[in-house]
Design a protein around this ligand. Structure first.
Ligand SMILES: [Zn+2]
Length: 259
């Protein structure tokens, strides 16, 4: 049994329906998916998916560059209402810091309060947080540190940073989630991190439709390919596929308590 701990089921890139994606994943032993929302509109689709599919759970959040033109207070109020409307919403996110592709998005000064308010909401609702980090390591560490005593827990999704960052985040009890980019030939640094992360602190994900594993590069990624990520983790850590899947499954359940 496998869980894709991070996928987006609603995206124009897919030529398949969410129903097909969920069914095909299930046929590959991927029995549960955490479907991620990045804006108030996408969050509504996630709420519909968790109501429709027994094996689908949700995380709702505001991505650093989404819902650009709504006031912060209004965004957080609406997000809280969405999250508390279903017991199958098991986390807040994805939220975080993104300082590579501006794409006319939020400045760093605007991203920080948006991220921090979602961390506060996670503490308030006692839910884990799914963090997106692109080149914001120092800011992520300092903000997580601020709320960890208050009970903040969570995961750095699609980990792409260095071991120093991994160690700091692990020391705060956070999990690290690996995606298809661990299969890319040039990613030796990332594979060293896969090797070092303790077996009780990693998750696996696809981040589909993005980041297809090497065998499917150039194609649209799908939740069923989380199997390839788990196989790669197994090979790197010198574990069997079954042991690796078991660890990932248990870790995901431990983090997202109600899964
Ligand atoms: Zn994502």
């Amino acid at each position: 049994m496998l869980i894709d701990s991070h996928c987006h089921l609603f995206h124009d890139k897919y030529k398949k329906s969410p129903n097909d994606l969920v069914k095909e994943a299930d046929a590959e032993g991927v029995t549960k998916l955490i479907c991620i929302g990045t804006s108030l509109a996408e969050n509504i689709s996630v709420l519909n998916a968790v109501a429709e599919f027994p094996g689908v759970y949700g995380a709702l959040g505001i991505y650093p560059h989404d819902d650009m033109h709504k006031p912060l207070e209004e965004l957080i109020d609406s997000l809280e209402k969405q999250i508390t409307s279903s017991p199958k919403i098991v986390a807040i996110g994805e939220c975080g810091i993104d300082i590579t592709e501006w794409r006319g998005g939020r400045s760093l000064e605007e991203q920080i309060p948006l991220f921090e308010e979602q961390l506060k909401l996670a503490v308030k609702l006692n839910l884990p947080v799914v963090i997106h980090n692109r080149n914001g390591e120092d800011i992520v560490i300092s903000l997580v540190k601020k709320y960890v005593q208050a009970g903040l827990r969570g995961v750095i999704h699609c980990f792409t940073s260095d071991w120093d960052f991994a160690q700091e985040i692990l020391d705060m009890g956070f999990f690290i989630s690996f995606a298809g980019n661990i299969t890319y030939p040039s990613n030796n640094v990332l594979r060293e991190i896969v090797k070092k992360v303790p077996v009780d602190h990693f998750l696996v994900e696809t981040d589909s439709p993005y980041l297809p594993p090497q065998a499917h590069r150039g194609q649209v990624n799908e939740p069923k390919y989380v199997r390839i990520v788990a196989e790669k983790v197994a090979a790197i850590k010198n574990l069997s596929f079954e042991e690796t899947s078991d660890y990932a499954y248990k870790n995901t359940c431990a983090l997202f308590k109600t899964v």
